[in-house]
Design a protein. Structure first.
Lengths: 342, 342
DNA sequence: TTGAAAGCGGTACCAA
DNA sequence: TTGGTACCGCTTTCAA
């Protein structure tokens, strides 16, 4: 467990001061080529790596950004977003500190404090509540960028998705296929996203002179179950529509399951649409028509915004709204369509 | 964008030296209570947070550990492991730097170098190849703990899962239900884990005087597809067994799909088992019998080992092997069992 | 009870 | 072309 070599270590071996070594390694113009070569050789042999925290301490910079999420995986999209954040940060020589708050306010705040203490230049936070006063207090002057479904729409630094637009796109697609009887299946609105989808749906339906029907079944904790329950309830009441739009892909998968268990075909008897475009890969035999939310782009934009805030450049795009797009696969079809193979 | 307050800032306001402030905030015994109270009040008002990198620089400590994975999500278990690592690290006042290598050797090495430069005390790496020489070179004297399916079994610091034992458990469970004709469905062995499952399966079957049958169908890139293809091939050849053990849960879900599409019932006609216990939640109506791998425990153990290595305590458990356990749900049943509801 | 000095590993500035 | 000195923010040691 020998100590890591420092500039001084190298200097001693080379018979130079640590200052000269520092310059030599950074190819300063005022060091002879011979010395540079000698110094670099020694550094190489010793496996020298500069202590970036010391460098950043002096330069008053940060080489890291932080990210805090309620949980990785667990049917969220934060894994996708993180992969992009990691790549975009690495491209700018930044490391990412990531924390899982396990949906605990205390842990969320703790992560904030620890990361701020560890000098992250900026923080990307998917909070577990809409009230983020504890986060802002913990972060002090460190800039915070909010993402995720809990984000207050009035938040000044936030990357959002336009879920009202999702409603418009869903209705546009389904009515384009001739559907007029459409039900939106949602769950208990823990996030604002659900309310926004509902709003967009109602507005789009009414704008076309159609009657919007909605059903909230179950909770965010298990939306596949909620999708199945929703279909069961509609069947019991004899109120099955010709098309279902589900608030999540999991929910849509659950709905399709329930329909098939009752011997109904998708999209032959009922068209089914989802939202998020995260899980279609699970079903190689059933392409789910869904609304893609550009999580990769969001991750990249978050890093770009973080960098702008760190550099204090005035032209940072503080608020950005990302638009969903339709991904038409096989689970939707014309009214009275042919029975599917599924 | 005013600068973060430092000990000196507080000292000026309090009419004290930064040293006295440092002591006061840490409740040193040689500072009067009155001064402490005054200093703490000012620190509070300013929203002071200590610069942990400066502290650690002086103390020659590290407040961070690093973790590098091929990708978060994407049908891996690293999201689960990370959630535990994050919690266990936070409990010890450590932040976690996480990097996604996107299965690129270059990016993997880059993450290593950046994290080592940023003074992580230890690194937990799920490498994207079994040859990890580039990682070791990049890490120098920073201790590395290897996890994941690519880990060389001979690696000295590694947390592994006993996939041979999985084979034994699967065969034990299925033969206990009366099955004698069992097929192991795997895919192209990119990871050593597949080979180990195969070995364990063969040994367990032969130990019971049974003939082990195996089929490799498809690749790790889409194991659900592979599961479906495997079943199709068995059906074409008329070689369907009474029980199928699949190398992953995704694969098992694909296999069940394919069986049901052909009008066969699970477990009535064929029992199906998976491996990993990651995705059963997706199927509320079909409990998948599978082998649980203790990823949460593995994550906690990784952090514990990291701490031991950082502290240089001699009693670190350098190699640990985690055992799978059976999770019996509804997808397996006795031979000639009653038709299922699925 | 308080503070001055030194040092952690870097970099910038200026003198030799 | 080189190296000394000062400094980033913090803690420890030792003297006042």
């Amino acid at each position: 467990m020998e100590k890591r070599p420092t500039l001084k270590t190298i200097g001693q071996l080379a018979g130079l001061s640590h200052v000269a070594v520092s310059k030599a390694l950074r190819d300063a113009p005022d060091i002879s080529e011979a010395t540079k070569a000698r110094v670099k050789k020694i550094a190489e042999e010793l496996g020298y790596t500069p202590n970036l925290t010391a460098r950043n301490l002096y330069l008053q910079r940060s080489g890291t950004i932080g990210m805090i999420v309620p949980a990785m995986g667990d049917s969220t999209a934060y894994d996708l977003i993180f992969n992009e954040v990691s790549a975009a940060a690495a491209a700018r020589d930044f490391c990412v500190m990531l924390g899982s708050s396990h949906r605990s306010l205390q842990l969320e705040e703790r992560h904030c404090r620890m990361m701020v203490g560890n000098q992250v230049g900026a923080l990307i936070v998917a909070s577990c509540t809409s009230d983020v006063s504890h986060i802002k207090a913990a972060c002090g002057s460190t800039p915070v960028i909010f993402i995720g479904g809990k984000t207050d729409p009035g938040e000044s630094r936030a990357l959002l998705c336009d879920y009202r637009r999702s409603g418009e796109l869903a209705v546009e697609h389904l009515t384009g296929l001739g559907h007029r009887d459409i039900v939106l299946l949602t769950y208990e609105p823990e996030n604002l996203t659900i309310l926004q989808k509902e709003e967009g749906f109602v507005q789009a339906m009414e704008g076309r002179g159609l009657v919007p029907r909605m059903l909230r079944a179950g909770s965010a904790a298990n939306t596949m179950r909620a999708g199945m329950d929703g279909v069961e309830r509609l069947l019991e009441r004899g109120e099955l529509p010709t098309a279902l739009w589900c608030a999540s892909d999991y929910m849509a998968i659950g709905a399709m399951n329930a329909l098939r268990l009752r011997g109904l075909s998708v999209p032959g008897d009922v068209s089914v649409m989802g939202h998020d475009d995260l899980y279609f890969g699970l079903y190689p035999n059933i392409g789910l028509t869904t609304l893609h939310t550009p999580m990769a782009e969001l991750g990249q934009a978050a890093v770009q915004l973080a960098m702008d805030l760190i550099e204090g450049s005035g032209q940072a795009q503080l608020r950005q709204v990302f638009q969903p797009s339709l991904v038409a696969r096989g689970s939707t079809g014309p009214v009275n369509g042919a029975p599917s193979h599924g």
